[in-house]
Design a protein around this ligand. Structure first.
Ligand code: GTP
Ligand code: MG
Ligand code: ZN
Length: 347
């Protein structure tokens, strides 16, 4: 019997490179006569080299993405051509992307800045009583929204579980939500199980392109299913062992709303770093800090134990919430260690 030799690491890498080359070589191309004139469409989801495109009549087509197109994400407005005959399951080809009104990117330690969805005008930041409530994570999303100029809504899902948790934790969550409201943010407590608060959420959806974001397992897809009864987005139990979500949703997906606008479901995240922003910019994205930022004694004030810090003084006078300033410091601190060395642009 011939003993099969195991490949060393270098050989394994070469095999993988060759496989990728081969895949690229089998690129799909139709001749001009096999393609209809380009028409407008919307990216429903993107998967590697193909995307599901919705035409203006509301039908969806699986399309190949021309290699010249650098970046394409859920929500992009595109021009695409219908093919007269399918090739490898593809029904058409995306030929151009229209200019974006906005772009939500997910700063990922391993992959750099990864675009998630385009042309959105409202972000529902979903948190929940379980797996865990995290105000630093909500703050990170709020910073991203302020930076991009997109309207945020802070949503606590699984509000039905509030009476079941430790009282100390319940009071903590409720106080944080009140504080967000006092800063001026829209805050909703909802439950996709008991339907609590869903009418208010429904009202906010009207005529907007909205996206649900947040940790895995907070119930983003469950909310989408409740808000859009014809949709059947996959949902999954939070793992009994780790208490974490199971990353059930894997790609951002666009759902049309009957009354106009759309709701995008997105994959859960583990972390949301902000290394692509400067500390000064982050401080300005804490909207309630803005009135005080010019007032520190030193121009390079770090707002920690610096003498004459206007933010510290405002905290002492109960004009700012201490926890927001401490979240700010936590974020700045983690940025120092989380800056990725790899390329900062994904596709
Ligand atoms: N008690 C309670 N459970 C809920 C509620 N909403 C969702 N769940 C449960 O939470 C679990 C996770 O829900 P999903 O909708 O899959 O969560 P997700 O945020 O989409 O997760 P990913 O796709 O992994 O990011 C499921 O078991 C849901 O049944 C709620 O309002 N109350
Ligand atoms: Mg999901
Ligand atoms: Zn200061």
């Amino acid at each position: 019997m011939v003993k099969r030799r195991r490949l060393n690491k270098g050989q394994q890498r070469q095999v993988s490179v060759n496989q990728k080359k081969r895949l690229k070589n089998s690129d799909i191309e139709w001749t001009d006569s096999q393609l209809n004139p380009p028409e407008a469409g919307r990216v429903i989801s993107r998967f590697g080299q193909h995307a599901d495109i919705r035409d203006e009549q509301g039908n969806t087509y699986r399309c190949h993405i021309r290699r010249v197109i650098g970046s394409l994400v859920c929500g992009d407005s595109v021009l695409w051509s219908r093919a007269t005959a399918e090739q490898q399951g593809m029904q058409g080809v995306v030929v151009a992307v229209q200019e974006r009104e906005s772009l939500l990117s997910r700063p990922d330690y391993y992959d750099g800045l990864k675009p998630v969805a385009a042309n959105i005008d409202q972000i529902f930041i979903i948190s929940s009583v379980l797996p865990s409530f995290s105000s630093p994570l909500i703050d990170r999303y709020l910073i991203a929204c302020e930076d991009m100029g997109i309207e945020p809504v802070v949503v606590l899902n699984k509000a039905d579980l509030l009476p079941q948790i430790d009282e100390h934790e319940r009071l903590h969550i409720e106080q944080r939500l009140k504080d967000y409201e006092s800063i001026g943010y829209k805050v909703l407590q909802v439950s996709s199980t008991t339907q609590r608060g869903l009418d208010s959420l429904q009202d906010l959806l009207k005529d907007s392109i909205s996206i649900v974001v947040g940790q895995s397992g907070v119930g983003k897809s469950s909310l989408v299913n409740q808000l859009l009864p014809n949709v059947n987005a996959n949902t999954n139990l939070v793992s009994g062992n780790s208490g974490l979500g199971q990353h059930t949703t894997t790609v951002a997906t666009w759902y049309d709303l009957k009354q106009g606008g759309a709701l995008i479901d997105s994959p859960g995240i583990r972390e949301f770093s902000l290394w692509h922003l400067e500390p000064e910019r982050i401080a300005r994205c804490y909207v309630e800090f803005r009135d005080y930022l010019g007032g520190c004694k030193f121009r390079d004030c770090k707002h920690a134990d610096d003498p004459g810090c206007a933010l510290q003084e405002a905290v002492s006078n109960n004009q700012l919430h201490e926890w927001r300033l401490s979240n700010y410091h936590r974020i700045i601190e983690t940025m120092k260690t989380q800056k990725p060395s790899r390329a900062t642009r994904g596709k």
